[in-house]
Each structure stands twice: as C-alpha cells, then as structure tokens.
Write a protein that binds this ligand. Structure first.
Ligand code: MBD
Ligand code: FE
Length: 289
C-alpha cells in the first residue's frame, strides 16, 4: 500500500481536522496584534450587544437550566474538538466578509474558510496544480485574467486550494501529499493565467465532532457545494478572497456556510477529451489612500 492511501485506523476525523485548523490558526501572526489599538468603548459596545442578544433569546424562549448546561457542555466540546475555526468560518464569517468588501467595484469575493495554507508551491502562469499521479476527478482547464477596475492588466498571483474528489483537503486529512491540490499561479505580462486542476467534490463538514452534533440536533445538513478557493493578489490592489462554484450543484442554494453568490458560479464547457474548460477573470480594486 502506498503512503497516499487511507488506512482503516487513519480516517479523517473531526478531531483530527479540527485540531489541524486550530494549530494552524495559532501559528499565524497573533490576531490580537491587529486590534491592539481598539478603544475600550468599542469593545464595551460590541461585547454588551452580543451578550444582550443572548439574554433576549433566553428570555423570549424561556431557556431552561438543562438547556443552559447543555450549551455550556457543547461550547466546552467545540474547543476540545478544535472546532472553533470551523464553527466560526461556517456560521459567522460570511457576514464579516460582506461588511468588509461592500465598497468594492471589482469582483465579488466570499469567505476564506478554515483550510487556507500560505506558501503553496509556485506553478507559473500556465501550470498544473500539485496532484497525485492518478488524481480522481474531471480535468479542469481554467483560463483567466487579472485586471484593475479601469481595465489595466495586472501582474499578480492566484493562490488556489480545494478538496479532492473525496472532499478532503491536504494538511487537514491524513495520508495526502502535503501540497496536494494547493498551488500559487502567476500571471503573464497581459495578466493572463491558465490553470489545470481537477473538479472537487461537494464537501460535507465533519459530522463526528461538535459542529456535527449541533447540525444533527437542529435537523440541518452538513453540506457545502463543490468549490474552488482562491486568493488573488496584485501590487497596489486589495487582495480578493473568493470561492468558485459549479452550476447545478444541489447545495448552491443551501450552503451550510452561506457563501455562494451568483457571480461566483462558473460556466464549464465539456471538451472532446473529457476535460472541462472554464473561463473566469478577476477584477481587483485599487488600494485606497
Ligand atoms: C470548507 O471547505 C469551507 O470552505 C468552509 C467555509 C467551511 C468548512 C469547510
Ligand atoms: Fe472549502
């Protein structure tokens, strides 16, 4: 058996992928650094409003001690499972993203999610993302360009990461090559790039951890539509974080993470060789000031 196969004892568990997402978050530069000058008044206001929304819910629905204790146990378990990055990115990030980008004239973006890793291998302007020899999934050839809002071609990079045909992300599921389906593409002088990869599968967030327990208890489902994650950067421009989706996916309309926007749905064309071609360009907003 090769090292890329999954053994019965090393399956992708919520605890394993949650723990990796939590470790990864801790190795980033401290998030507290960026808010160290936040005035006391703002912290007071935000904390008070959030707590008061919780208090209102308790009063309105006469939350019992049994329910309160179950909540306490559940919150403790989210931390123990390492699922705070997953919980927050699935149920909260989309609103932060909307607020942060509502001034943009260029491309719509969407949430980053918990599985981005900086520093993926360089693949050039016309390249293939790192993948295994017999990587499953329909071949995708994606042609695109990066321009500024005034139409100027931009020299830039497209960082692409996505799940494999089993819905697994390298570095967050066991037994995948470190950089599988993660790559950094550059543009040629007219802003163009061509990326070869494979179509990812729809993705179910881990069901065996605390997020899964909430989903089951509330009668929700755990699915995200199949998606490609990108971060698009160019000098002097705001970085764009987005995800691209496939038409007809049953979960485009009920994504658990609420991160689908109509502008982000691709239009793949089937080619005679069995691959699919996609054309999708990015327009970036100049940095202000
Ligand atoms: C994902 O792959 C993802 O993109 C998000 C937002 C949440 C969980 C898993
Ligand atoms: Fe994802």
């Amino acid at each position: 058996m090769t090292t890329t196969e999954t053994t019965a004892t090393e399956v992708a568990t919520a605890a394993a992928s949650g723990a990796s997402a939590t470790d990864r978050f801790h190795t980033d530069k401290s998030p507290f650094e960026a808010v160290k000058n936040t005035p006391t008044e703002r912290v007071d206001l935000l904390a008070r409003e959030v707590l008061s929304a919780v208090h209102d819910t308790i009063r309105r629905h006469r939350v019992t001690y049994d329910e309160y204790n179950a909540l306490k146990a559940w919150l403790i378990n989210v931390g123990a499972d390492g699922e705070w990055p997953l919980f927050l990115d699935v149920w909260v990030e989309h609103v932060v993203e909307d607020v942060a980008t509502d001034h943009r004239q260029g491309n719509k973006g969407t949430i980053e999610g918990p599985y981005y890793v900086p520093g993926s291998p360089e693949c050039g302007a016309h390249g293939t993302i790192p993948m295994r020899d017999h990587e499953d999934g329909t071949r995708l050839v994606w042609e695109g360009r990066i321009t500024s809002t005034d139409g100027t071609a931009l020299p830039g990079t497209v960082e692409l990461w996505h799940a494999d045909a089993d819905g697994l992300y390298s570095q967050f599921a066991p037994n995948l090559p470190e950089w599988n389906l993660r790559g950094t593409f550059t543009t040629d002088p007219d802003g163009a790039f061509e990326i070869t990869t494979v179509r990812p599968a729809p993705y179910q967030i881990p069901t065996d951890g605390s997020c899964g327990k909430l989903i089951a208890a509330a009668g929700w489902h755990a699915w995200r539509p199949a998606h490609l994650h990108v971060k698009v950067s160019a000098p002097g421009h705001e970085q764009l974080t987005a995800q691209l989706y496939f038409p007809g996916d049953p979960h485009n309309d009920d994504d658990i993470a609420d991160a689908v926007k109509p502008e982000l749905v691709l239009d793949p064309q089937s080619m005679p060789d069995g691959s699919q071609k996609i054309v999708y360009d990015f327009v970036l907003d100049p940095e202000k000031g």
